[in-house]
Write a protein that binds this ligand. Structure first.
Ligand code: ATP
Ligand code: MG
Ligand code: MG
Ligand code: MG
Length: 472
C-alpha cells in the first residue's frame, strides 16, 4: 500500500521502539570530535564511541533516522535511480546487546509482515559475506529464504571495516524492481551496479576487532549497526521510478520543473538536470541549517560546490535568474516535520543560499563563455589538458570551483592540470601575504595571519572517504 515518506520514517522508528530501542533525533551533519570524517554519511557515524564502548550509551538499543551527505556519490546523482548526495538513513543499533539472531528476523518482519511494510517476499534478495555461514543459516533456516534468493559475496561487498577497530561481515537486502530496470547483461544479478536489484538495507554484524594489519579478534560482545535509505524504502513502497519521485522529494522536483517551465519526463537530459537540482538544493538547505557556510575549504567547499553545480544545471535548463533560494521553502516544507531546525533557521538559510547564489549568478555566464572558449581552443589545437593557470582564473575571477571546471571539461573529453591549479593557489596566497606585510597594518602581528598563510588545506575528501565514511 502507498505510504508517505514521513509516515514510513515514523513506522520504522516505532517498530524498533516496540523492540526495546530508544529513539534518538538525527545528529547534526557536522561530526563532533571526529577528524576522520567531513560530513556525517551514515547512521552509525555519530555513534562510534558507543560501538567502541568508550562511552556508555543512553541505552544499549537505539534507533534513529539520520540525515546524511555522501559527496562521493555526486556524479551518480540524477543518473542512477537510487543515489542522492542527501538522504535519510534509518538505523537500529545494538551496543554489545542483541546480534544476528535477533536483527535478521526483525528486518524481515519489518519489510514483509502485513502489519508493517508488507513487501512481497519473493521480490527481496539477500546477500551475505561468503564465509558467514551463521548469517546464511539464519536467513535460510530461521527466516526461510529460498537458496535461489541468497547470494554469498566477497569482502569487497559484504565485509564492513574501517582501518582498525570494530568490523565485521554484513548482509544486505535488495529489492528486485524487475527486468525493465536492469542492464540486460547476462551477468546482471544481486550486486550488479544497475538499478534492477536495488540495495535497500545493510545489516552490519560488527563482531571483530581488527588491528588494521589483517588480524581479527572476535569480540566478546559484538554490535549491530544497520542502515536503510528512507528514500529508497519510499521508492519501493510508492512504486516510483527513482528517489526523486518519492512524495516529499517530488514536491521539490515539481517546483524545479515549474521554475524551468519544463515538463519532467519529456527530455532525458533535462530530467537529469531537474533531479540534480532537486538533490543538491536538499543537501544545501540541510547543510546550512546545521551551520555550514560556503567557503573554499572543507565542508564549506562541499556546500559551495553543490550550490554552484545546481546553479549551472539551472542555466542548462534555461533558467536565467537566481532561483535556488526559492526552492528552499519547498525543501523546508517537505521535511520540517522531522527536522524542526529547518523552520527554526528558515530566514537564515534563505539568506545564506540567496547570497551565495547571487554572487555566483553575477559571473556564471561570463565564466561559462570563457571556459567554453578555452575548451574550443584546446580542441582546435588537438590538446586535452586545461592549464592550471586557466583553472585558477576561472576559480579566482568567476567563482568556478575546481571540481565544477573539471566536470564541465570532462564532458568535452578534456582533463585539467590539478597540480598546476594548486600551485597557482599557493602563489596567490603568498602574494596576498606579501601584500599584507608590505602594508604593515598596525596592530596586526604576523601571527594573526598564521591561519591564512599556512599551507592550504588540500581537500581530498572525495578520494579518501569511502562509502562508509571512513578514511582509507
Ligand atoms: P549502493 O551500493 O547502492 O551505493 P551502499 O552499499 O553504498 O549503497 P551503504 O553504505 O550500505 O550503501 O548504506 C546503507 C544504506 O543507505 C543503503 O543500503 C541504501 O539504502 C542507503 N544509501 C546509501 N547510499 C545512498 C545514496 N547515495 N542515496 C540514497 N540512499 C543511499
Ligand atoms: Mg552497496
Ligand atoms: Mg551497502
Ligand atoms: Mg554506495
Amino acid at each position: 500500500q502507498w505510504t508517505g515518506l514521513n509516515e514510513l520514517r515514523e513506522k520504522y522508528l516505532s517498530f524498533f521502539e516496540s523492540k526495546g530501542h530508544l529513539r534518538l533525533d538525527s545528529f547534526p551533519l557536522v561530526p563532533k570530535n571526529d577528524p576522520s570524517l567531513l560530513l556525517i554519511n551514515s547512521g552509525m557515524a555519530p555513534m562510534k564511541k558507543w560501538f567502541l564502548a568508550q562511552e556508555e550509551p543512553p541505552r544499549h538499543r537505539v534507533t534513529t533516522c539520520q540525515k546524511c551527505i555522501r559527496t562521493p556519490d555526486i556524479e551518480r546523482v540524477g543518473i542512477t535511480a537510487r543515489h542522492g548526495t542527501f538522504f535519510e538513513m534509518l538505523g537500529n543499533f545494538s551496543f554489545q546487546d542483541y546480534f544476528k539472531e535477533e536483527v535478521i528476523p526483525w528486518a524481515w518482519e519489518f519489510l514483509t509482515s502485513d502489519e508493517w511494510m508488507a513487501i512481497p517476499k519473493d521480490k527481496l534478495h539477500i546477500s551475505v559475506y561468503e564465509e558467514d555461514d551463521e548469517a546464511y543459516d539464519i536467513w535460510t533456516k530461521k527466516v526461510g529464504i529460498a537458496p535461489d534468493h541468497m547470494v554469498r559475496l566477497g569482502k569487497e561487498d559484504n565485509f564492513w571495516e574501517h582501518g582498525s577497530g570494530p568490523c565485521g561481515p554484513c548482509s544486505e537486502i535488495y529489492f528486485d524492481r524487475g527486468p525493465e530496470y536492469g542492464c540486460g547483461k547476462p551477468t546482471c544479478g544481486v550486486g550488479c551496479d544497475c538499478d534492477r536489484y536495488m540495495e535497500i538495507w545493510n545489516l552490519v554484524f560488527s563482531q571483530f576487532d581488527a588491528d588494521g594489519k589483517g588480524h581479527y579478534e572476535r569480540l566478546a560482545r559484538p554490535n549491530i549497526d544497520t542502515g536503510m535509505g528512507l528514500e529508497r524504502l519510499a521508492c519501493v513502497m510508492q512504486g516510483v521510478g527513482n528517489l526523486f519521485e518519492v512524495d516529499t522529494v517530488q514536491s521539490v522536483l515539481h517546483h524545479v520543473e515549474h521554475i524551468a517551465g519544463k515538463t519532467y519526463g519529456e527530455n532525458a537530459k533535462d530530467d537529469i538536470s531537474i533531479r540534480v537540482i532537486t538533490d543538491h538544493i536538499r543537501s544545501c538547505t540541510f547543510m546550512v541549517s546545521d551551520g555550514i557556510l560556503p567557503s573554499n575549504e572543507g565542508r564549506g567547499y562541499v556546500l559551495r560546490r553543490l550550490l554552484r553545480r545546481a546553479a549551472r544545471h539551472g542555466r542548462m535548463l534555461g533558467i536565467s535568474r537566481p532561483f535556488l533560494v526559492e526552492l528552499v521553502e519547498t525543501v523546508i516544507q517537505s521535511s520540517e516535520s522531522a527536522y524542526p531546525e529547518l523552520r527554526e533557521h528558515d530566514a537564515y538559510i534563505k539568506k545564506v543560499i540567496g547570497t551565495e547564489e547571487a554572487n555566483f549568478a553575477r559571473t556564471i555566464d561570463a565564466g561559462m563563455n570563457i571556459l567554453n572558449n578555452m575548451i574550443d581552443g584546446l580542441e582546435k589545437a588537438h590538446q586535452h589538458l586545461l592549464k592550471g593557470l586557466d583553472v585558477f582564473k576561472l576559480n579566482d575571477t568567476f567563482g568556478f570551483p575546481l571540481d565544477l571546471t573539471k566536470e564541465i571539461a570532462a564532458e568535452q573529453g578534456i582533463e585539467i592540470d590539478e597540480d598546476g591549479f594548486h600551485a597557482e593557489m599557493k602563489k596567490q596566497k603568498e602574494r596576498a601575504r606579501a601584500e599584507r606585510l608590505k602594508k604593515n597594518i598596525s596592530g596586526w602581528s604576523e601571527d594573526l595571519f598564521g591561519g591564512l598563510t599556512v599551507e592550504p588545506t588540500v581537500f581530498t575528501g572525495y578520494e579518501t572517504l569511502n562509502d562508509t565514511g571512513v578514511v582509507v
